[in-house]
Design a protein around this ligand. Structure first.
Ligand SMILES: [Zn+2]
Length: 486
């Protein structure tokens, strides 16, 4: 009976929505045209070269050092775009000035290059495209959202209206190739865009980009300030924004010569299930891998990345049984590493983690997980009667970080540490790896193999020693880069 009622009401909603969209083509067209002309019209469509820069204060709450608290650091980037020849140069500086994390990418019209100046290497096969190379940075500039909407207006959908700062806005959503769905909030009188939202992978959560205090450059308006929230919580606050819509490309797109090619990357596009020993599997794809261990009449999983259910089902299929998942142990609180906890809860598993992380896991999984479905991890301990041992390894990345050891295989799962996405060669070392090796020796772990949550490759103790003997050079923000000068 209930089913029938909801079917009827769904049908009614469908009719209303259809009736709405039959006349709605007009309003989408009008909004797209209005926004385009507000942002310079043909001038915007015919831009030859631009340079965009945003310097932010970044407030990290779900990737920070302590769960539930904010870290504050710099996040500065610039992108130069040559529209005529489909070239791009993207520079990023993140972190603290005395120890920055630098990224440098060039798309030369055909191929993406990631340049590692500190180690003098180039990655020429990283799969980035003209659109994805710069993390879609132009969509953080309202004129380029107006342009993207105009180019994709046939697929746009009016989503009703709202109010921003006391003024009415019209909401319009659209899809463009290589982009997530965007919803724009447009002032119907001026055509200016005041806000853009796009979905976050956490259910029901969105990123919101608030475009504030429009200014002009070469006849094109743009927001001189940007304020970004994630799931309603502050994320980025711009402190400097510049747009040069008539940029002189001289000196751009210089790919350094004499750099070594980074060894070939591992193909992680398809799900792989590697059987490491009887009943022990390392499974995943992309940046998401877990260890699964057959504990007799059930499985336990180590590593809580999103997509856990798919990995678990792939393991069940490879093993040829349907034993349930009873335990998931996660390494640390960063949202990506607990993205699979909702799947684990749905599968009926108990979650092993540091007690401070319970609320973060409830928030990220969007599930009301009761305390009884958690097991609190201490400074060290055992899981499943000693099938797995662990130590908490506090380090600069996270206040609590569990490192798992599987004695039967002499193997560790190392969370965010010590992985390589290249087919061969050892990763470079860091002070943290030196302390990690001391910690596993102190714990009495006789580790010979190291599986990762970010790669299918299993590294060896020889790789760990090679990494420690070959420390990563410290990154320096080049003095010639504008983003390094202020
Ligand atoms: Zn992390």
């Amino acid at each position: 009976m209930m089913g029938k009622i909801s079917n009827i009401s769904l049908f009614c909603i469908g009719v209303v929505a259809l009736a709405g969209s039959a006349v709605a083509g007009d309003i989408e067209d009008k909004l797209a045209d209005k926004a385009l002309s507000a942002y310079g019209g043909d001038k915007l469509l015919n831009l030859k070269a631009v340079k965009l820069r945003t310097k932010y204060k970044r407030l990290t709450n779900d990737q920070g050092y302590i769960v539930g608290e904010f870290d504050i650091d710099h996040y500065d980037n610039s992108v130069i775009i040559d529209f005529e020849n489909s070239r791009k140069e993207f520079r990023v500086e993140i972190g603290l000035r005395d120890d920055p994390y630098i990224q440098h990418h060039i798309f030369d019209g055909e191929n993406a290059h990631r340049i590692y100046a500190a180690s003098k290497q180039i990655d020429r096969n990283n799969g980035r495209t003209f659109t994805s190379l710069d993390w879609r940075t132009p969509t953080r500039f309202d004129p380029f959202l107006a342009r993207l909407l105009y180019e994709n207006k046939e697929q746009a959908k009016h989503e009703g209206n709202g109010v921003i700062a006391g003024k009415p806005v019209e909401k319009i959503s659209f899809r463009a190739e290589g982009h997530p769905e965007y919803t724009l909030f447009i002032d119907p009188e001026t055509g200016l865009i005041h806000k853009m939202t796009r979905p976050h992978w956490i259910p029901g959560s969105v990123f919101a980009y608030n475009f504030i205090e429009h200014t002009h450059e070469a006849g094109i308006p743009f927001a001189s300030q940007l304020y970004v929230t994630k799931g309603g919580v502050p994320e980025n606050l711009s402190i400097l924004r510049t747009a040069d819509f008539d940029y002189d490309l001289k000196g751009a797109f210089q790919i350094p010569e004499g750099y070594a090619d980074l060894p070939q990357g591992i193909d992680v596009s398809e799900m792989v299930v590697e059987r490491l020993a009887d009943g022990i599997y390392h499974a995943g794809k992309g940046w998401e891998f877990s260890l699964f261990i057959d504990a007799g009449d059930h499985y336990i999983a180590l590593g809580g990345y999103g997509g856990l259910k798919d990995r678990f089902e792939a393991v069940q299929k490879a093993a040829g049984n349907e034993k349930p998942l009873k335990i998931l142990a996660v390494s640390h609180h960063h949202s990506d590493h607990i993205g699979g906890t909702g799947d684990a809860f749905d599968l009926g598993a108990t979650i092993v983690t540091t007690q401070k992380n319970y609320d973060a896991i409830r928030r990220v999984s969007a599930k009301d997980i009761p305390d009884e479905s958690f097991i609190a991890a201490g400074a060290s301990g055992e899981i499943a009667g000693g099938l797995v041992k662990y130590i908490d390894f506090p380090n600069g990345h996270a206040e609590h970080h569990l490192m798992f050891y599987v004695p039967s295989l002499k193997m560790m799962l190392t969370g965010d540490f010590f992985f390589s996405r290249q087919v061969e060669g050892s990763p470079k070392g860091s002070e943290t790896l030196v302390r990690f090796k001391e910690a596993i020796e102190k714990a009495g772990f006789d580790a010979e193999l190291f599986a990762a949550e970010h790669s299918s490759r299993v590294l060896t103790l020889a790789d760990l020693d090679a990494a420690i003997a070959d420390m990563a050079p410290k990154q320096v923000c080049p003095a010639s880069w504008e983003i390094c000068q202020d």
